[in-house]
Design a protein around this ligand. Structure first.
Ligand SMILES: [Zn+2]
Length: 416
């Protein structure tokens, strides 16, 4: 177990700076062809609401009580819901309450990084059940896929609950020529492989592949600071820095899955040389890699624990790095605010918590559209951060696909 994703209820919708265009999708549809959509709506309302009765669900989803009853019967049969019995009320026959059954299903999240695989298991309540690291001696696709197959098979034996799906986070950007330092060279021969197809074949359940920033944004949306926030930007510190945006309750992926690749935006003319070949990229100034490089002494590269010790000792070099990094990050945040008009910015990832908190405290963000007098949410806040964030975010991807109502269901897309 880890101290990872908070499963406490998030802020209420009222407290959350309601956006003008919410894009809320917790409204059902009545025709039988929309049953899959309505099922997602019921699951989403229960995920957000904790426990609810049939009538409440029908009213909130704007679908018939009979439709809700059919869906609940199915979900109970699949053990995805718990029947909590009747809630005590002052008069009348109290309604039976239903809630999501945490033991009803699990998901597995995998983070493929150079040299190691992190595997996380989440239950249906969003509680982390286990997180482990496995060494990857060889990054070629066939070796990594074999190891993943073994890990998934072992975890399926260990956890009896049905496996709902697998989320995989792997280094992006995808299919880009030129950004070789962060792309194909870190995963040799993977560009030849259809990762989703190969992983689905290997694991035998639906597999969702995304980049770490998008996965982290989905995790914050389902279980963290993004609960009940329809529009937010997640700045994710992996080795570099990336952005995952949730807009109108949906992740922004772009045409090729690379939306939010902000690490290679040039922020300093004639600045530091980046692995991508450009000069002055953001991640040369604001990233775990930049911090680690700044704190390397006599060839000794500090790990996370060493960085935390240096920070706790108020090492002048680490404080100087924070001073230098904060203005670059602040300018990027105001730029993103002007482009995306989010309710809040959430910062998280592998940057040690205390250092990230300090970085946030040093931000002097230029004026942007986010300068509103009546803000309900902070302009910038820290989300979930530790070494396992990406794997836990990956594990959230199948939940998002199984539970969260999509704006465009297949039948909607057909009419586009
Ligand atoms: Zn770059």
């Amino acid at each position: 177990m880890t101290d990872s994703l908070s499963t406490k209820p998030g802020p209420t919708a009222e407290a959350c700076d309601p956006p003008r265009h919410s894009g809320r999708t917790t409204q059902g549809k009545n025709p039988e062809r929309s049953r899959e959509h309505n099922r997602r709506v019921v699951l989403e309302l229960l995920r957000r609401g904790g426990s609810l009765g049939r009538k409440e669900l029908a009213d909130m989803a704007n679908i018939s009580t009979q439709a809700v009853t059919n869906i609940i019967d199915d979900l109970l049969a699949e053990k995805l819901l718990l029947d909590l019995g009747r809630k005590r009320t002052l008069r009348g026959l109290p309604p039976i309450q239903y809630a999501i059954n945490p033991d009803g299903a699990i998901t597995i999240g995998l983070e493929i990084a150079v040299g190691s695989l992190t595997a996380a298991v989440l239950d249906l309540g969003g509680n982390p059940r286990s997180v482990e690291q496995i060494a990857l001696p060889d990054m070629t696709a066939s070796v990594v896929l074999t190891i993943i197959g073994d890990v998934v098979a072992r975890l399926r034996v260990k956890y009896a609950a049905p496996l709902m799906g697998i989320g995989v986070v792997m280094p992006g950007p995808f299919e880009i020529e030129g950004l070789s330092g962060v792309g194909p060279t870190t995963l040799p021969d993977w560009s030849e492989v259809d990762a989703v197809e190969a992983l689905t074949q290997t694991c035998g359940v639906p597999v969702f592949v995304d980049n770490d920033a998008n996965a982290a944004a989905v995790a914050e949306m389902l279980f963290g600071k993004g609960q009940n926030v329809s529009h937010f930007c997640m700045l994710y510190f992996g080795a570099g820095i990336g952005m995952g945006a949730i807009l109108a309750d949906q992740p922004l992926r772009g045409a090729f899955g690379n939306a939010g690749e902000i690490g290679h935006i040039v922020v300093e003319t004639n600045g530091l040389l980046c692995q991508c070949g450009q000069l002055g990229c953001l991640e040369r100034y604001v990233s775990l890699h930049a911090l680690t490089e700044a704190m390397t002494r006599d060839g000794v590269i500090p790990d996370s624990a060493a960085l935390i010790r240096l920070y706790d000792d108020r090492d002048p070099a680490i404080l100087a790095w924070l001073d230098q990094a904060a203005p670059y990050l602040a300018r990027m945040i105001s730029l993103l605010e002007n482009i995306f008009d989010p309710q809040t910015m959430i910062l998280g990832g592998k940057m040690p918590e205390a250092i990230l908190e300090d970085l946030i405290a040093r931000l002097k963000i230029p004026t942007s559209v986010a300068n509103r007098r009546l803000r309900a949410l902070p302009r910038v806040q820290r989300g979930h951060s530790n070494e396992n964030t990406a794997a836990l975010g990956a594990a959230a991807l199948p939940f998002f696909n199984a539970i969260t109502p999509q704006l465009h269901l297949p039948q909607d897309q057909a009419s586009l």
